[in-house]
Structure formats: C-alpha cells, structure tokens
Design a protein around this ligand. Structure first.
Ligand SMILES: [Zn+2]
Ligand SMILES: [Zn+2]
Length: 325
C-alpha cells in the first residue's frame, strides 16, 4: 500500500519561501492499495495536482476512472480543492464521497453549497462525473474493494472522523482534526473561549472523552503508519485548546499506546516554517523510542511494509453502534 502526501497544511494554503520544502497546500493524502482504485483522504488544495495526474491516466481518459474520497470533515481546509479536482469534470468518472452523516443536512447539499453563486462560477452538479455520497455513522465499518475501512469520531468542533485502512496486512490510520481528550469536549457546537484555568469538566464529559480516546487507540492499534494532526506546539495549545487541534506529544502518546510503527506529523500550522518543522520532528524523534517519526511534506511517498498476524476487522454494511439511526 503506497501512501502519498499532496497537501500537509492546516487551515489555509501558505505558499512562500518559508514553506517550500514541506509545502503550502492543505490536507490531502492518496492511498494506493495494490489492485484497487485510488482512495483519497480529504480534498484540501493538495487534491488539485493529484487530480491532474489522475485525469491523464488511461482509465480516466477512456471514461472508466474511479475514485473514493474519504472526508475527515467539511471544514474549508479539507474540501477547498474539490472544485479544482479535474476528474470531477471528466465524463465517465465515478467519484464516491464518504463523510460523517450530519443531523441537519445531507452530504450532497453540503458539497453543492460550496460552489453556489456567488462563491464559484461552476455549480457542483455541472461536473460530468457520476458523484455519489455515502454518509457514515461513527464507528462504521465497510469495504472499498479489497480494503477494509473503519472509522471513529474525533474531538473537534462539529466533529471529524478518523479512518483506518487495512489491506493485505498493511494498516494506515488518518487522524485529523482533533484536540487531545482532556481539557474540552467538542460536540456540535462552536466554542469561542478557552476553558477557565482550573475549570473542571463535568463527569459525563470526562466519560465521553475517555470513550472517544479508547476508540481512537483501538483504531490505531498495530498500525504501520499513523498520520496525526499535530498543528500546535504545547505553548500554542495552552493558549488555544478550544481550536480543536493536538500537539506532536499528544500524537506520540496515542501512537505509543496503540503500538504503531510510524507516526507522520501532519496538518502543520500555517505559520510553521520549514526550519521549525525540521526542529519539531527532531525533538519528537528523540522521545519516540522505537516509533519512527516523520514530518509529512508534499510529495512524500511511503510504502507500507508487510506485517504478519494483523487481526482482521469485521465487515458489513456502513453503520455504527445502533446502526440505522
Ligand atoms: Zn483542518
Ligand atoms: Zn477542522
């Protein structure tokens, strides 16, 4: 299974002299399992260039292209590139979009509204591709061809989904965006102020955070690669816990508990320079023991090694605990 990074930045694209090496495009990762159509995680601005590559491939040129797109959540930095994804305008392309089900709006409407007048000249449905949407419940398990997918919710304003992909004993887990699971609980709401110093969380919030964290550790269990939101330094996090992002140290804690082999620092803050990212990766690597640390950069490609004895996951229709709700 090959994993390729097309955009590694959080919040907003930041081209410029200080971000040349790691790249300025927002979240997008391509996974190429052997014998399966590409699976793309998030549609930040990095997806534009990936789309150019795909649309020149034989199957897309001949109208047989197929792409699966797993969306962590629909914040701007995770969907902004989709209107510029050229296979969307290629007749015959089949695009399957997966994201968490909302209570109030169907996924299709969420994506249609992204390109509504006066924000964009081309309506979403003007694309030639056949686009279908699969709404996911938290904890859903399903298959894309030979790849087993499972997901769990994260601690982020309006909730994001983390995904685990398993294929031929290779496992990668994509975890963005999330706050750690201790200071604040995000539900379907915007939190505009940090918790007060010494403020106690309600017991039900503590219990929910524990459940969420346990599920995430299970999702990452035995992974060859965990890609994790490490937007903040610890100092930045202390000032803005209500933004819903983690530090590399939070990521390392989860990766270690889950027995992951490699951790990719991801969703870099827009202000983070190349030199700072080098420094952060070195610091984390010093503490990481046997876990291999890499700060993700645009164009980075990882080939996941084969592992023996990886437990398979239950398969079935898309649906979580209490499926059908
Ligand atoms: Zn984000
Ligand atoms: Zn977000």
């Amino acid at each position: 299974m090959t994993v390729r990074f097309w955009g590694v930045r959080g919040s907003i694209p930041v081209p410029g002299a200080q971000t040349v090496r790691y790249g300025g495009n927002t979240s997008c990762v391509e996974v190429r399992p052997d014998g399966c159509a590409p699976i793309i995680l998030d549609a930040g601005t990095g997806i534009r260039k990936l789309g150019k590559d795909l649309s020149n491939a034989e199957e897309f040129l001949t109208g047989r292209g197929k792409v699966h797109l797993l969306i962590s959540h629909t914040h701007w930095d995770h969907i902004q590139g989709l209107p510029f994804f050229s296979p969307l305008y290629q007749k015959g392309t089949r695009l399957y979009v997966y994201a968490r089900q909302r209570d109030d709006t169907h996924l299709r409407a969420v994506f249609q509204s992204q390109t509504e007048d006066p924000y964009f000249p081309v309506p979403f449905d003007a694309g030639q591709a056949d686009v279908s949407f699969r709404e996911l419940l938290e904890g859903a398990r399903f298959e894309i061809g030979p790849v087993k997918i499972s997901c769990t919710r994260l601690n982020h304003p309006w909730i994001a989904m983390a995904y685990r992909l398993e294929h031929q004993g290779h496992i990668m887990v994509y975890v963005t965006d999330t706050a750690p699971f201790r200071d604040i609980l995000f539900e379907n709401e915007y939190i505009n102020a940090p918790p007060q110093p010494g403020e106690q969380l309600r017991p039900d919030a503590v219990a929910k955070l524990k459940t969420m964290r346990d599920a995430l550790v299970r999702l990452c269990e035995g992974a060859d690669l965990v890609i994790y939101d490490t937007h903040f330094t610890p100092e930045e996090y202390a000032e803005r816990p209500h933004y819903g992002h983690s530090t590399p140290w939070d990521a390392l804690e989860i990766a270690r508990e889950a027995g992951a082999q490699q951790l990719a620092l991801y969703h870099h803050a827009p202000e983070r320079t190349d030199d700072q990212l080098d420094q952060i990766a070195r610091e984390v690597a010093r503490e990481a023991g046997s876990i291999s640390i890499v700060a993700a950069y645009e164009g980075m490609s990882l080939e996941l090694g084969r592992r023996a004895g990886v437990p398979g996951s239950r398969t079935g229709p898309i649906g979580g605990k209490g499926a059908g709700g």
